[in-house]
Each structure stands twice: as structure tokens, then as C-alpha cells.
Ligand binder design. Structure first.
Ligand SMILES: Nc1ncnc2c1ncn2[C@@H]1O[C@H](COP(=O)(O)OP(=O)(O)OP(=O)(O)O)[C@@H](O)[C@H]1O
Ligand SMILES: [Mg+2]
Length: 304
């Protein structure tokens, strides 16, 4: 893989920051392109991100309480993180250079008892420093960790500390929103029910990313096999075989990650195919799809 020359040493960002880079970034744009989804979803996301930088600096909070937050929710493996990173890069393609900062909520909330609130407040000031220097997009991946629902705090965890961390995060978001209209947060979550409702209410756009439709599944399988065919040319013909439509049907309900990965699973049914993936057959892929579908149903049913 090509080293990313745009990546900046993330230790410069301090605790809670796992990546800093200048956008646009080709590797992020390709993540966006790899996600097969209704064009309308991509187009709405991009328009919302652009609007953040065009409208928010010009409109008072009293007129429109925009916070510069886009929230992507959905079951695991539906492409939320890829879309978030890709969206950031696409926005920079349209508007010019943007600083990208990735926050790692786990490292903040796992801080020692009583320290989470301080860590969150310090992170807020550092994000403000980035935004003071130009357009900035911050990824809050798995945001439920940062803004855990205060009404559902378990007494076993450190409820007071978590409560305070959520309070501190909301205060920081409000402060940053009013001081820096050139700052956009893109948040993702698999557990929207675990996110504090005050955060959800602050999001300017919430979108649930669905599992792929049948048309989407076909495109994802084609894209996976075409990608692999660059190294293993025999794979290219598999999508043209008559039973390909049946494989697609078997995958209905699976998420994008499962669909891409089942092609690898299909190569594991024989040692020969594992040694030379050119030997992969459509029957192997059908078998893998049936296997993944069955496992997925079992997992959903709680292994009863
Ligand atoms: N709709 C899709 N089209 C094509 N590929 C997809 C799709 N959804 C997911 N994928 C693939 O699945 C992988 C995982 O995607 P990603 O990490 O963005 O998902 P996620 O929703 O953030 O998952 P999680 O909730 O577990 O963090 C990526 O390789 C991505 O390309
Ligand atoms: Mg993710």
C-alpha cells in the first residue's frame, strides 16, 4: 500500500486523537467510492457537509441552532466509517484544504476514575485550536462511548464519572459550535439507543445507513470479484455465470462487510483454492453465502 504523505504525526494532537491529516486524501475518497448505496444518501450527506461551511458562518444561532454535527447510525458493517471518512475528503475536494482529526472516544472515557471529564474538556480546547486555523472535520467514531445516554447509566460502571463525561462533551460541543462555524463533526454509531438524546438533538442531520438492497449486493460482489481479478484473473468470469443471481439472493440481509468477506471465506473450502484463488468457483461462493447467512441468523437469534 502507498504510504500516505498527507498524514500528520497524530501524537501532535495529544490524548484522544488517533489521526490528523490534510484533506482531500485519495485513500479516503476511495473508501467513499467503494460504498455501494443509494445515490441520494451520498448526495444528501455531501450537501449537508457543504452547507455546514456555507450557511453556518452566516446565520445566527438564534435563527437556526446548527451545531455542525452529522450522525450516521446503522448496524455494523454497513459502511458508516467509510462514508464518514469519504465524506470528509469529498467535502475538501469541493471546498479546498480541510484538516481532518479523528477522535478515539474510548481512550478518553477509559481514563482513570474522575479523569474523563477533564480529558474531554482538554480535547475540546485542542479541537478549537485546529478550527481556529481553518476548516476542520472531526470524526467521532462510535460516538456512544463519548456521549453515553445519561438516563441509562448502569450502577456498576462509574455512573457519576460517565455522567460528567457526557455533560462535558455536550458543553464542549456547544462551545465549539458557537465559536467555530468552520468545524464539522461526523459521528457514527451502531448503538443509537445508547447515545444521549441531547446529542441526537444537536445533530443537524441523522441518517440510518441501511444494509444493501439486492441491486447493491450484486454490485458489491461484482466490485469485490473485479478487485480480486486484478491478481486472480479467473475470478472475473464468475459474475457472468447463470447462478450468480442465486448467490445474490442468498446474501439478502447481510451487511456490506459480510458480503465482501464471504468471497475470502469461499476460498477456504479447499486447500487448493486457498493456494491458488484462481480456482474459486461460484459454488464455493454460494456455499460461503449460505454459511455466513446461517451464522448471521444464529447470532441475531442469540444462539437459542
Ligand atoms: N454498502 C456497502 N458497499 C460496499 N462495501 C461496503 C458496504 N458497506 C460496507 N462495506 C464494506 O465493509 C467494510 C466495513 O465498512 P465500515 O468499516 O465503513 O463499516 P461500519 O458501518 O463503520 O462498521 P462498524 O459499525 O462495525 O464500525 C469496508 O470494507 C466497506 O467497504
Ligand atoms: Mg465503523
Amino acid at each position: 500500500m502507498k504510504p500516505n504523505s498527507l498524514r500528520i504525526d497524530s501524537s501532535l494532537g495529544g490524548p484522544g486523537i488517533s489521526d490528523i491529516r490534510k484533506l482531500p486524501d485519495e485513500s479516503f475518497t476511495s473508501l467513499w467510492e467503494a460504498i455501494v448505496i443509494d445515490d441520494e444518501i451520498k448526495s444528501r450527506l455531501l450537501s449537508q457537509a457543504l452547507l455546514n461551511f456555507t450557511l453556518r458562518p452566516k446565520v445566527s444561532k438564534a435563527t437556526m441552532p446548527l451545531h455542525g454535527i452529522i450522525l450516521l447510525t446503522g448496524v455494523p458493517g454497513t459502511g458508516k466509517t467509510s462514508l464518514a471518512k469519504g465524506l470528509a475528503s469529498r467535502t475538501a475536494e469541493a471546498l479546498g484544504s480541510i484538516t481532518y482529526v479523528e477522535v478515539e472516544p474510548h481512550s478518553l472515557t477509559s481514563a482513570a476514575l474522575g479523569k474523563s471529564q477533564k480529558a474531554v474538556t482538554e480535547l475540546g480546547s485542542r479541537l478549537g485550536e485546529f478550527a481556529a486555523n481553518g476548516k476542520t472535520i472531526v470524526l467521532l467514531d462510535e460516538v456512544e462511548t463519548l456521549v453515553a445516554d445519561r438516563s441509562k447509566m448502569s450502577l456498576e460502571a462509574n455512573p457519576v464519572d460517565v455522567h460528567r463525561a457526557t455533560d462535558a462533551a455536550l458543553v464542549q460541543l456547544d462551545t465549539l459550535a458557537s465559536s467555530f462555524p468552520n468545524l464539522l463533526f461526523i459521528a457514527t454509531s451502531n448503538f443509537p439507543q445508547a447515545i444521549d438524546s441531547a446529542f441526537v438533538s444537536r445533530a443537524d442531520l441523522t441518517l440510518t445507513i441501511p444494509v444493501p438492497s439486492e441491486v447493491g449486493i450484486k454490485a458489491i460482489l461484482e466490485s469485490t470479484l473485479t478487485g480480486l481479478a486484478k491478481e486472480f484473473p479467473a475470478m472475473k468470469s464468475l459474475t457472468r455465470q447463470a447462478d450468480f443471481a442465486q448467490v445474490v439472493k442468498t446474501c439478502v440481509g447481510l451487511d456490506g462487510r459480510q458480503i465482501r468477506k464471504l468471497v475470502a471465506t469461499a476460498c477456504t473450502f479447499s486447500k487448493k483454492t486457498a493456494l491458488d484463488p484462481n480456482l474459486l468457483t461460484l459454488q464455493d461462493i454460494q456455499r460461503a453465502a449460505t454459511h455466513v447467512q446461517k451464522e448471521s441468523q444464529l447470532a441475531k437469534g442469540g444462539y437459542k
